[in-house]
Design a protein around this ligand. Structure first.
Ligand SMILES: Cc1cc2nc3c(=O)[nH]c(=O)nc-3n(C[C@H](O)[C@H](O)[C@H](O)COP(=O)(O)O)c2cc1C
Length: 187
């Protein structure tokens, strides 16, 4: 096995979602570079049924308000929900953008979009950023759809909360290897 392939296995095994971030975040050029690699997924008929929306600065407060509205919250509950997107400097909204097709059903297009999202999270992690995929009960509410300007053929898959690592040189405790023996069966 080549060294590059071994690195990929190690990067996947080491990936973890860390919630604490600094205010540092990857810029647009870095995101485009990582996205170009993350987009290299299995994609039936190459519909590219996905897109990603960057939310920085005030846009995160707009999302917070939409989350509270989507859940019909008022008062303190609305305020605490509205603060949630401020936990990271950059949120990447993950959108499945389906195309009507007799050949490639919706679930296949969703699998492709989810693949891009997983890849992007992994690459951000491997490049030293924090990336935490979050959703919530408000994710597919009308208020949140409107905020992201989704079309009728689109749905959110959640957000990657992205930021810097407070102490990049600190080694994480090695995580227990995933137990997968019962998940690989044969017929
Ligand atoms: C579609 C999706 C939605 C998720 N939503 C949340 C969420 O809202 N809150 C949360 O704590 N974890 C959520 N997670 C799980 C975290 O992203 C993360 O996987 C989990 O905290 C375990 O950490 P790990 O990825 O390092 O194993 C979600 C994962 C996926 C794939």
């Amino acid at each position: 096995m080549s060294a590059e392939r071994t690195d990929l296995v190690a990067a996947l095994a080491a990936r973890r979602a860390r919630s604490k971030t600094t205010d540092d975040a990857p810029g647009r050029d870095e995101l485009l570079r990582l996205l170009a690699a993350a987009a290299n997924v299995a994609d039936h008929s190459e519909y590219e049924p996905w897109r990603v929306v960057e939310l920085r600065g005030e846009a995160r407060s707009g999302l917070g308000a939409a989350l509270a509205e989507g859940l019909g919250l008022v008062g303190d509950k609305a305020s605490s929900t509205a603060r949630k997107p401020l936990r990271a400097p950059l949120l990447l909204a993950l959108v499945v953008s389906r195309r009507p097709s007799p050949k490639v059903p919706a679930w296949e297009q969703e699998a492709t979009a989810a693949g891009v999202a997983h890849n992007l999270g992994l690459l951000l992690d491997a490049e030293g950023w924090n990336a935490f995929w979050r959703t919530g009960l408000a994710t597919r509410t009308d208020a949140v759809r409107r905020f992201h300007r989704l079309g009728d053929h689109e749905d959110l898959l959640g957000w990657l909360y992205v930021g810097g690592r407070p102490d990049p040189d600190r080694m994480d405790k090695p995580r227990k290897p995933r137990r997968v023996d019962g998940r690989l069966t044969a017929l």
